[in-house]
Design a protein around this ligand. Structure first.
Ligand code: SAH
Length: 369
């Protein structure tokens, strides 16, 4: 390449957003498109990609692996649930685990993943590790999809300050032909297909240089996963788990119960509030009405009235108690969606919400909120 031409570009090449963010975004876009439930990031370093992925609502299991425990521990706290996750548990379940170990070794905790990402990992592997990598990732883990990114050495002359490799820990950097040949051989050997793309466009007129980061997206051609291996064929665990977070989820009965109890009380209080204010207003308009405490559905605003279909299910005041039938509460969309069945509603609120003696209605005192 002509030196002057090259220098002209080294001044201007600056990726926006930065290249590492473009790589993470590439993975995130793939996740949004293919919706894998279980994702493992190999060579996860400071867990930044994992942190981004925890917001993808399709993911239920996230795992990270790195040979360097200290780099993983730096920011692993960012993978812990936040107070808001406890206040409003999500409908999906999510478990995030970090393992300390080498991709050169097989560990059963790496089985059953749908997507495995290896972002800027392979160029950090020693020759012996790189040799074992295909068998561990494609042969043993055998996920439906693997994403591998690595520097494209053809781009290096355009990057300011790069003499041999982009990072002192890189053991090699491949040009496009080298990466593609390795990837195609690996794909063929383990029955995957592979497509090549990348992030970090070359400057106009230099398209033959290729992307700054080259990416191979591998898709497994056969249907089953290694999870179907008989358990005696599983290797022994060799990785050390350094972090595990189980996010609160409505799939967990404990959190579901909290959510249902709060929603039932909120709904019942709302109904009581409308009922009491309507009764008060009518008492003011017609003092003789005080003795007639059974309201009609007309007492409710439109959105409540639509829900109180059967008039025998109307809330009513008896003495100093307001009774709100459970069937009415169950007809509210949020309660209904949370519980699924009326039986489940009864089961979840038993002993947690004040009920009438036959258990058919929520009972509140007329005085207190
Ligand atoms: N994927 C991250 C980090 C890339 S740097 C990112 O895109 O930002 C490569 C990472 O691979 C480092 O954190 C390094 O500790 C890790 N690594 C190197 N050799 C490894 C091996 N044999 N097994 C697992 N991780 C390894």
């Amino acid at each position: 390449m002509d030196k002057d031409f090259r220098e002209e570009f080294t001044e201007v090449i600056k990726f926006t957003p930065p290249l590492y963010k473009q790589r993470y975004q590439f993975v995130k876009d793939l996740v949004e498109k293919y919706k894998p439930k279980k994702v493992a990031d190999l060579g996860c370093a400071d867990c930044r990609l994992l942190w981004m992925l925890k917001f993808c609502s399709c993911i239920e299991v996230l795992a990270g692996l790195d040979i360097c425990a200290s780099v993983m521990k730096e920011k692993m706290h960012t993978l812990s649930p936040l107070p808001v996750d406890y206040l409003q548990p999500s409908e999906r379940s999510l478990t995030v685990t970090l393992h300390h170990g080498s991709i050169a070794h097989k560990d059963p905790c790496m089985l059953g993943f749908d997507l495995v990402t290896c972002i800027e990992l392979i160029e950090h592997l020693e020759e012996s590790e790189l040799k074992k990598f295909p068998e561990v990732v494609f042969g043993f883990m055998a996920p439906s999809m693997v994403v591998i990114s690595t520097p494209n050495s053809e781009f290096n002359p355009l990057l300011p300050g790069v003499v041999l490799y982009r990072h002192p820990d890189h053991k090699f950097e491949w040009n496009q032909a080298q990466f593609q040949s390795w990837a195609l051989d690996t794909a063929k050997c383990y029955d995957y297909s592979v497509e090549f793309t990348g992030v970090g466009h070359p400057p106009p007129g230099m398209e033959n240089v290729g992307f700054c980061t080259q990416i191979g997206v591998f898709v497994r051609k056969y249907p089953q996963t290694s999870e179907s291996l008989p358990s005696e064929e599983h290797p022994e665990a060799v990785y050390k788990t350094v972090f595990k977070a189980v996010y609160p989820s409505l799939k967990d009965e404990k959190y579901l119960q909290n959510a249902v109890v709060s929603e039932v009380i909120f709904t019942a209080q709302n109904i009581k509030h409308h009922l009491m204010s309507k009764l008060e207003k009518d008492d003011d308009d017609d003092p003789e009405r005080k003795s007639r405490v059974q309201p009609s559905v007309d007492y409710f605003p439109d959105y409540l009235r639509k829900l109180v279909v059967d008039q025998t299910l109307e809330p009513f005041v008896s003495g100093n108690e307001v009774c709100i039938p459970l069937v009415t509460i169950f007809s509210f969309p949020k309660v209904n969606r949370l519980c699924g069945t009326f039986e489940k509603l009864c089961k979840l609120i038993a002993g947690k919400v004040p009920l009438s003696s036959d258990g058919s209605a929520v009972v509140f005192n007329t005085e207190h909120e």
